[in-house]
Write a protein of this length. Structure first.
Length: 121
């Protein structure tokens, strides 16, 4: 993927990161959000960066936006697909059932007997 040398998507504040009219356009973001996403990917994000990265993902997915476009059903469909991803993440964070008590999940470490699958899930 080519680098965007114009930096036109970088904004100074989250308040400037409004939804794009064309859903195929990349979302606006702040420098801190990109640094947070990169830190999450590397596995060294602190708590604030993890939360910022998740908030960006949910905003980029259009989770709280209106998907309907009265002039173009294809755009509506595309926005609904993005929104579904965001809504599924919200559901998984807040309401998805698990087999393990949530308090035990938070203390689980990779390689524990209770989590002894080879893929560490």
């Amino acid at each position: 993927m080519a680098k965007d040398t114009e930096r036109r998507y970088i904004k100074d504040s989250i308040e400037e990161c409004v939804p794009r009219k064309n859903p195929l356009d990349r979302p606006f973001y702040t420098e801190a959000e990109i640094q947070a996403l990169q830190a999450v990917y590397r596995g060294d994000a602190d708590r604030r960066q993890q939360q910022m990265a998740m908030q960006f993902i949910l905003r980029a997915a259009g989770t709280q936006d209106m998907p309907f476009d009265p002039e173009n059903t294809s755009i509506t469909d595309f926005r609904c697909g993005k929104m579904w991803v965001g809504q599924t993440i919200v559901w998984m964070l807040s309401a998805a059932p698990t087999r393990t008590d949530p308090d035990k999940i938070a203390t689980r470490k990779v390689g524990d007997e209770t989590n002894a699958r080879p893929d560490n899930r």
